[in-house]
Design a protein around this ligand. Structure first.
Ligand code: AP5
Ligand code: MG
Length: 217
């Protein structure tokens, strides 16, 4: 299966993608996570992306397209993939379309998670993430274990993303409305869009998602 997850910052794309990709045995490809890893490793791509990410802006299209292209060429992507956070504007959508044609693949569905902005701010400002494995928590809705360690192996450090500061959250929501919002109508027009209510509890969203994809619980 080849899927795109579309939706505003904080709607729960990463949370849902982690479990669905594991269930479907396909890679969860989050461009945001790849960029954060690149930054941790202090690569030139990571360092270049940092100023855009911290400000809540989009990283240049060419940089992100190359990351997606590289990731698609890894062996596990032959089984399918779940793209989380790409594409994020109309130019990226057309670049993805070209890449998919070039690789002679098809995109099965674009899932759009919908949620009101006040709830998104609540989710983003309470988010905590493991720096090592990326496991995501929320101080209220999905609290990190009291031990302070996530369920992944190895060193664990639970931190708050720098772009989850208030100013960057507001900027990301504004950039989302302007740049990414038009993709909803774009994919609806192509008859590829499936809308899932992202405003309900994590387990309920997971259930709706599996329902619309026709997966048995
Ligand atoms: P990225 O990492 O993709 O961030 P984002 O799109 O802003 O989305 P988030 O990761 O913030 O939200 P999410 O929907 O994954 O929510 P989550 O599951 O974590 O991108 C970061 C930056 O990288 C961008 O700003 C940009 O600079 C750059 N970038 C990335 N891709 C790019 C591209 N294609 N082009 C250019 N630049 C790009 O959940 C959020 C919180 O809510 C968590 O705490 C979670 O526990 C909680 N939660 C989740 N679901 C629920 C629920 N149902 N109920 C209650 N709480 C919930
Ligand atoms: Mg995410």
């Amino acid at each position: 299966m080849r899927l795109v997850f579309l939706g505003p910052p904080g709607v729960g794309k990463g949370t849902q993608a982690a479990s669905l990709a594991a269930d479907l045995a396909i890679p969860h490809i989050s461009t945001g996570a790849i960029l954060r890893q690149a930054l941790e490793r202090q690569t030139s791509t990571g360092l270049e992306a940092k100023k855009f990410m911290d400000a809540g802006d989009l990283v240049p299209d060419a940089v992100v397209l190359q990351l997606v292209r590289d990731r698609f060429s890894e062996p596990d992507a032959a089984a399918g993939w779940l793209l989380d956070g790409y594409p994020r504007n109309l130019d990226q959508a057309s670049a993805l379309d070209q890449l998919i044609q070039e690789l002679q693949l098809t995109l099965d569905h674009v899932i759009f998670f919908d949620c009101a902005e006040t709830e998104l701010v609540r989710r983003l400002s309470g988010r905590r993430v493991c720096r090592n494995c990326g496991e995501t928590f929320h101080i209220e809705f999905a609290p990190p274990p009291e031990s302070g360690h996530c369920s992944g192996s190895g060193d664990c450090e639970i931190y708050q993303r720098s772009d989850d500061a208030e100013e960057a959250i507001l900027k990301r929501l504004e950039v989302y409305q302007r740049e990414t919002g038009p993709l909803v109508e774009h994919y609806r027009g192509l008859d590829q869009l499936i809308v899932v209510d992202g405003a309900t509890a994590i387990e309920d969203v997971a259930q709706s998602l599996r329902g619309v994809l026709g997966l048995t619980p």
